[in-house]
Design a protein around this ligand. Structure first.
Ligand code: GAP
Length: 471
């Protein structure tokens, strides 16, 4: 039987706390949990899928709805085998792998070199990275057994194969799962031009699945084998790339600030070692619990992608300028971010431990638009039918307005607040005896609204609640 291992989580207190919160509160579970887990695959639970969908919604709004020249698509996962020949993935999409001769653990050599402060990356030739690895072999230990007895480095192709349509099990022309989602955009470039008649420059946006046979998936959602990528490809006139590239970089930076990421946790990193066709490439790095690392890539890909697909498919992918009649292959400026990494960055940024009312608590300071629940509604006591009935009335009213609203009558009020703090619910509403107007008629049909971040409570009329929560 194949041995299935959990993802490695690098020893890091905050990361461990985030992973534990994600499991405890229904954000993220290890994929195939009951079978011991499948490395590099995660499932989003009821809280996680809400946060994930909110992130997607925000991203889509910024990259499709808020633009006048952007088109959204959703392409099929499986693609013609030639796609990956044309893109260069069948030959050039690899990571440098070495294996421990003692315990067979595989390591990604570029990452191990980086960890000890030696500049390396996956784009180096096999010979170059072997030379560098040999120089530093004595400084790298196997993460499992601690020995330093590794094989030499070989380039390991990351594409995941399927047997789609291969009924004779010949395996000669495998249909791959996408190594990157953006290929679906290039394949539909002509369809968009033909159906939507866009004028250059314009963008195509997509959120799509990608799969990579990562040698060592690790750090929770940071490096997984199955992922979702949110991509935009912006098509510009050849050599009219520089200004647009700077604008796109700024837009993506500002977008992270708009979803509440603290600016001190972001930084730019320009690639030193560009792939042969790229004109420029930058990463937005986020300060994850283990340190700064790539969150999103912003790449000037020149005319490489469309040129390759035109060559391999034989279909003319040139754009015809409607004014001059000139034909050319547009250059592509790409933004690409893994939703899992985005999700992890948002959680890490929102995660806080503090003290409220003399009690320690964990709180997710998510913006109200991202939080899984917009608000929670509670009857003060769950065994008082009048309170419960009124709470259900308020709950239904708020659900119509906000969609995902929690009804929480579990445990005492203090416990409910702690639970809602941990999942980032911005406000908790309590229906009490004053709401019923039993003792103070002037408070009839008012509720207590408690703020997650300050713990302050205000008395608000039920009729004003929607406006209050929206302000
Ligand atoms: N189309 C370009 C492309 O795929 P990339 O730098 O390989 O470029 C883009 O990936 C983004 O996808 C990264 O910045 C990262 O956010 C995310 N990503 C890449 N590999 C990942 C993995 N194994 N697990 C999770 N996210 C990943």
């Amino acid at each position: 039987m194949r041995t299935i291992k959990f993802n490695m989580i690098e020893k890091n207190d905050t990361m461990e706390k985030i992973v534990s919160l994600c499991k405890r509160r229904g954000f993220v579970f290890q994929g195939s949990d009951i079978y011991g887990g499948l490395a590099g695959v995660f499932d989003y639970g009821p809280m996680g899928v809400e946060l994930l969908n909110n992130l997607k919604r925000f991203w889509w709004k910024a990259n499709v709805y808020d633009k006048t020249n952007s088109y959204g698509i959703d392409s099929g996962i499986f693609k013609h085998p030639m796609v990956w020949e044309a893109s260069g993935h069948t030959t050039g999409f690899s990571d440098p792998l070495a294996e421990c001769r003692e315990c067979n653990t595989r390591i990604r050599v570029d990452k191990e070199l980086e960890r000890i402060g030696v500049a390396a990356d996956e784009k180096m030739s096999e010979a170059d990275i072997n030379a560098l690895f040999d120089e530093h072999r004595n400084d790298i230990s196997c993460p499992k057994c601690g020995k330093k007895n590794f094989t030499s480095v070989r380039a390991f192709n990351l594409l995941v194969k399927s047997n789609l349509g291969d009924f004779a099990s010949e395996g000669t022309e495998p249909v791959y799962l996408p190594g990157e989602a953006c290929q679906g955009i290039y394949l539909n470039f002509k369809n968009i031009v033909d159906t939507m008649s866009p004028k250059l420059p314009f963008g195509i946006a997509q959120i799509g699945k990608a799969f990579r046979n990562e040698i060592s998936p690790r750090n929770f959602l940071f490096r997984t084998r199955e992922m979702e990528q949110a991509d935009t490809q912006f098509f510009v006139k050849p050599n009219e790339n520089k200004e647009a590239f700077e604008r796109i970089k700024q837009e993506r930076w500002d977008w992270y600030l708009s979803i509440g990421i603290r600016e001190e946790n972001l930084r730019w990193k320009q690639h030193d070692n560009l792939v042969f066709y790229a004109a420029d490439a930058w990463d937005i790095e986020y300060q994850f619990p283990g340190g700064f690392d790539e969150l999103e890539g912003i790449h000037d890909r020149t005319d490489y992608d469309l040129t390759q697909h035109m060559k391999f498919s034989g279909v003319d992918l040139r754009y015809t300028d409607p004014e001059t009649g000139e034909k050319y292959i547009p250059w592509i400026l790409e933004t690409s971010v893994g939703l899992g990494r985005m999700f992890l960055a948002v959680l890490a940024d929102a995660y806080h431990e503090d003290e409220m009312g003399g009690e320690k608590r964990t709180v997710l300071r998510l913006s109200p638009e991202l939080a899984p629940y917009r608000v929670a509604v509670s009857p003060l006591l769950k065994n008082k039918p009048q309170l419960v009935e009124k709470a259900h009335e308020v709950f239904s009213m708020l659900k119509k307005e906000f969609g995902n609203v929690a009804f929480d009558d579990n445990g005492n009020i203090g416990k409910r607040y702690r639970r809602q703090d941990e999942i980032g619910t911005p406000h908790c509403i309590v229906i009490d005896f004053d709401t019923l107007g039993e003792e103070s008629p002037e408070l009839k049909d008012t509720v207590t609204v408690r703020d997650r971040d300050t713990g302050t409570q205000e008395r608000v009329a039920i009729a004003e609640l929607v406006a209050y929560l929206n302000h």
